[in-house]
Design a protein around this ligand. Sequence first.
Ligand code: ADP
Length: 650
Amino acid sequence: MSKQTLSFQAEVAQLLHLVTHSLYSNPEIFVRELVSNASDACDKLRFEALNNAALFENAPNLEVRVTFDKDAKTLTITDNGIGMSAQEAIDHLGTIAKSGTKDFMGKLSGDQKQDAQLIGQFGVGFYSGFIVADKITVESRRAGLQASEGVRWVSGGSGDFEVETIDRSARGTSVILHLRGDAEEYLNAWKLKQVIGKYSDHISLPILMEKEEWKESEKEGEPGAMVKTGEWETVNKASALWTRPKKEVTDEQYADFYKAISHDFEAPLTWAHNRVEGNTEYTQLLYIPAKAPFDLWNRDKKAGVKLYVKRVFIMDDAEALLPSYLRFVKGVIDSADLPLNVSRELLQESRDVRAIREGSTKRVLSMLEDLAKHDRHDAPAEGTDGVTDVVDADDKAKEGKYSKFYAEFGAVLKEGLGEDFGNRERLAKLLRFASTTSDTVSVGFADYKARMKEGQDAIYYITADNLAAAKNSPQLEVFKKKGIEVLLMTDRVDEWALNYLQDFDGTPLQSVAKGAVDLGKLQDEAEKKAAEEAAEAFKPVLAKLKEALKDKAEDVRVTSRLVDSPACLVVQDDGMSTQLARMLKQAGQKAPESKPVLEVNPEHALVKKLDGSVHFHDLAHILFDQALLAEGGLPDDPAAYVKRVNALLA
Ligand code: ADP
């Protein structure tokens, strides 16, 4: 292939612009990203060589070399890993394969500070080289190809790049950074060692640098200089972090390792590092991130846990190791029992993997329970499985972390109610909601139960599109009047998730927008009697209302749940809420066609006017449509609604 110039995919060009314009405040992360790519490339070679040892080309010692040239102002990171073919260089360095990239780019605001934050969630990888370089040359040869099938890739980091085939006898990849004038500090062995130590100590491969020594000048009066000796030394610890004893790893090292495997810029909220022994033996190092990644809601979002077997990297994103509702967890699981040639299919069926999955799920739940316990809002957590050795800073540092976690990942955690029956009770304890007495999402079911009124026998909740709609919903009126707390649920998954939770600790959960309200012991005899009488007197009007609204309402009945509003819509006990049905329709999915029940408040002036009114038909429809509007819906025929209201106003 002779030299050709190709354009970056539009998203890459955007990313590059961003990298060079917003990430200069923390330039040294390029070392972490490039060394981590080099290490991944070696991991991939080792994995492919399990089935094809010839790929090692008689050089099985995998390593990374970092060199610099002061005169040429270049810094070079070379690995002898899997390498790239010409086509792979074009594909991997010219396009971004992550799904959801386009949407992500659409979110960028142009505000450098904000975008720098966002980009941390995305991960810049290879392109971080352009923070310090105004040109990058990549030379590579894929393991197993001929020396004549090497590739050179060159780009100045704007719209395009050049590729050509070259001769390259060495397997693997060299990334040559042509440093900008303001990045020349990296042409210094001491500086490089310091940065490599910070970001790459946990990399299990040796990172080598050429030794230098001081040499006096031969000319009298001239200063000496550091010169290269031709000997190489390993400048990182070169032992995988999770294989080290906990005592020997600092919090900072744990956090740096997290950043390296997750490409996140922010430190994790907490982590757990354990060696599990028993029928299955494995080491787990699991992290809870502080920020949700940009693609948390992508259907094909990758899982976050890497699988190793006896320290050999097997695969990224091993989804069999944790249930999908814990997809935000990052980390490493290193099994002592699985075969090295384990495939994704095999993982699904392995008993060892099932044990790892159960153990890791429980570990994550204990970490969360531990955070919840230290959150100020919280009652002491129960149900930890005897875990005492969660590695973390002191208790004080855990304060407030659970709310932070919950704001980012609470909605994902709720999926667990439907996905993980075995841990449903533990999960239910971890849920938090806003309520009619708390605007912040901080009320757990246990807190709610502790505050229940004498005679109250259900946990009441309402689902709505947002907090304001939930708070102002007419269905809450009688609960407000009686001072009964109602949980306000505004996440899209709430209604679906709550289907799987009929009760909490023996107390049933009851939607205030479903079925008839039965306040039971909370209503006194006089109130009950008055309600019955009102209903009796209202019967003839009710019959006429049912007739007028027979196309819209399943039923019309008198209610005691309303105080200030004339009417509201409810669904049958086993029905889908109108709000969920609306959401499904918006998403283009089928929702069961069921008509809601209209409940009217016979005490309301508007409802009183119905009897004998010449506008009966119009009033009936207005009542119904307004009840729909009040819960965020739209009348089927908005124009007809406006016409009716206007006629009455006039
Ligand atoms: P990521 O590592 O998150 O996939 P990068 O932008 O860092 O994203 O790299 C893109 C791709 O380029 C990698 O997935 C890999 O296929 C390839 N690549 C990068 N560096 C190397 C390397 N040193 N050796 C082989 N392939 C590499």
